[in-house]
Design a protein around this ligand. Structure first.
Ligand code: SF4
Ligand code: SF4
Length: 210
């Protein structure tokens, strides 16, 4: 697998997708949402996490940890934000939607990117710089946050797997969802200090062991 940095060029350019919306359909609950995604969805829709859960997003369990994910709508088998074949929240779309057809790799060098083979049906893809493709504000800060978030998730998942206790798993999940997702983010304010504050809270220390 070839790994790229954000400054590298890759053949990911889909020519504006030209009427294709394949990766917004039938994707199950694979588009997992991190706290920054929720902050962006709250900004785009004005809805709280609980309101988003009523229709647009669902919950997915991965290695014992409950994580929000985009929800397929029963009538269309597509993401609820897909309107007339286009993403209706394009500027606020989740990180995994921005990435596609790329994936993220976490290692000692931080975040690097790779092409997802055969994931996108667009022919004649053009070369594009990854950071331009992602179109995320303050990308170095975003990547820094993603690394912290990745560590938190992995740390909690490891504890859940080690303890093998339903009660512990339940307690951790309730606290995890409350700290990082349910407590509304102040969308008029910068996301990152809010996230850091939550990471440093006593409650987070209890579940993250940080
Ligand atoms: S499959 Fe490729 S071309 Fe189709 S919507 Fe997804 S990224 Fe765009
Ligand atoms: S948020 Fe937008 S880009 Fe992501 S799956 Fe939904 S419609 Fe597609």
């Amino acid at each position: 697998m070839i790994l790229y940095s954000a400054n590298d060029m890759v053949k990911a350019g889909t020519n504006d997708c030209r009427g294709c919306s394949q990766c917004c359909r039938g994707m199950g609950d694979s588009i997992l949402l991190d706290p920054y995604d929720i902050y962006m969805l709250q900004t785009a829709t004005g809805q709280t996490f609980s309101q988003l859960l009523q229709e647009k997003i669902g919950l997915h369990v991965e290695e014992g940890l409950i994580l929000p994910a985009m929800k397929i709508q029963e009538d269309t088998d597509a993401c609820g934000f897909l309107k007339e074949g286009r993403c209706s929240i394009h500027d606020y779309r989740p990180g995994l939607c921005r990435l596609f057809p790329l994936g993220r790799n976490y290692d000692e060098q931080g975040i690097r990117y790779f092409m997802l083979d055969d994931a996108c049906s667009a022919g004649n893809r053009t070369k594009v710089k990854i950071k331009k493709w992602l179109d995320v504000e303050r990308l170095p800060r975003y990547e820094e946050y993603l690394i912290v978030w990745h560590d938190i998730r992995k740390n909690i998942q490891q504890k859940i797997m080690e303890r093998k206790s339903d009660e512990y798993t339940h307690q951790v999940n309730v606290a995890f969802l409350e700290i990082f997702y349910q407590m509304p983010y102040q969308v008029q304010q910068d996301f990152y200090p809010q996230f850091e504050q939550r990471c440093q809270s006593e409650k987070a220390a209890g579940i993250c062991g940080r």
